[in-house]
Design a protein around this ligand. Structure first.
Ligand code: PLP
Length: 225
């Protein structure tokens, strides 16, 4: 109950090492710090964590500016993107998981500051075909990938999904479908080999289906209010 952030990180990394098939590189754990104070991020960083995920543009910008002394930190933007909010993402993020249309990709590329490495981009797939969800439908994925691949300041590195909450807690079908899509994408874009899926409640299953990035919020930082 009252474990520290460092202890929760250690627990998650141990569980990840146990579950990870050893013929594969270990999945990256992204600590999702949305709504949590910067001191929680400092605590996780001191414990060795380097990858952090944020959902809200303003929060990303504020935290990134406050934490410039954490020189090895890498910021992942994982939230919905409005086209008038792309500038701060292009400035502060290292990786964006939630690109789902050409206009957003074009703006991120145009607004990426000169001298920074290309912004790494994952395309978010609406794998459960929810009306309300961001994400591109699976059948439209390859044509979007082709369109964005020529943009100069972003680099397509893979796919992301947030499956609909499964009634029985079983997201196997969605994860398996994402794995298939990822394989199809890599046939044309071999560098796009990242697969971001799995959250606090279902990450073990996601790893078994080939997740290379898992996004853990409450498992690391505790429940959000
Ligand atoms: C909040 C969030 C997470 C983390 O959720 P937990 O259930 O707290 O692990 C992961 N991915 C996305 C896209 C999120 O919005």
């Amino acid at each position: 109950m009252h474990n520290t952030i460092a202890e929760r990180l250690q627990t998650a990394y141990r569980a990840l090492a146990e579950i990870q098939p050893n013929d594969r590189a270990t999945a990256q754990l992204i600590a999702v710090s949305k709504t949590k104070p910067v001191n929680d991020i400092r605590e996780a960083y001191l414990a060795g964590q380097r990858q952090f995920g944020e959902n809200y543009v303003q929060e990303l910008a504020t935290k990134a500016q406050e934490l410039t002394d954490l020189t090895q930190i890498r910021w992942h933007f994982i939230g919905p993107i409005q086209s008038n909010k792309t500038r701060d993402i292009a400035v502060y993020a290292d990786v964006v998981h939630s690109v789902d249309r050409l206009k957003i990709a074009e703006r991120l590329s145009a607004q990426r500051p000169v001298g920074k490495a290309a912004l790494q981009v994952l395309l978010q797939v609406n794998i459960s075909r929810e009306d309300s969800k961001s994400g591109i439908l699976p059948e439209d994925l390859l044509s979007l990938a082709r369109q964005i691949s020529s943009l100069p300041n972003i680099q397509l590195v893979g796919l992301m999904a947030i499956p609909a909450p499964a009634i029985n807690g079983d997201n196997q079908q969605a994860f398996a479908a994402m794995k298939q899509l990822s394989t199809a994408l890599q046939a044309e874009f071999p560098q796009a080999d990242q697969l971001s899926m799995g959250m606090s409640d279902d990450w073990q299953q996601a790893v078994l289906f080939g997740a290379t990035m898992i996004r853990l919020g409450s498992a690391i930082f505790g429940a959000r209010s």
